[in-house]
Ligand binder design. Sequence first.
Ligand SMILES: [Ca+2]
Ligand SMILES: [Ca+2]
Length: 249
Amino acid sequence: MNINFADITGQTIPFDAANDTIYVDGFSAAHLSFSSNGADLTIYLGGQWATLLATDFAALGATSFSFENGSIADFGTAADDVVIGSEEADRLDLSRGGADQVDAGFGTDLIVVGAALSADDEIRGGPSRYEWSYEEDVLVVSGAYDSPVALAATTVTGVEKFFFESGTSIDLALADETVGTTGLGHLLLDGSALGQSDRLQIDGSAVSSGWITALGALDPTSLSVPSWETILMVVMAKIRSSAATATIR
Ligand SMILES: [Ca+2]
Ligand SMILES: [Ca+2]
């Protein structure tokens, strides 16, 4: 059954994940977000919401949403997926695991890896549509990583921002290409949502191209930069490649 999102905003409705498709006009898939309430799932789009009764996030699939502008909401599988985004702002979810290949294409894409980021993923954020435009692709990381993640040259390219959700602990080593392939040669590591018990350790020692900015509450003892700079960097760090590691809480 096709369900028009505009007809169900502010409502709680029955939903059959195997057969129903929610049609959305006026938003892109990258604007989608979700929260689980017991057995139900609430979807959010541009300040509007609808709750799907007895629906598990894990039941959502590639046919769960259809966007008028052609953007794609893909939820992947636990297997090795090959995901091709549209020219619009897609929401491509790889958090179910596997060694996934993603081409997000044009648009400010949201690529959700959750706790499943691994060196054998190949995530390409894609270029901006026009030479003069800047389209910021975002990689969303969450959860506790048991072992360090060292990005290979091909793991993440053309992605301008990593967003670390509350509840994340990760020891992350960047490749030179992680930074050098971004739109402006600049990578933003946004740890501003991290809490006291969370931890983001960044190793940028392999990075010689571009700049990294890290947002969040830095552990000043972990930052190898001159002390006068450290003070400025409690909330924001510009890590030059020669100053390679930082820990954010
Ligand atoms: Ca997968
Ligand atoms: Ca796209």
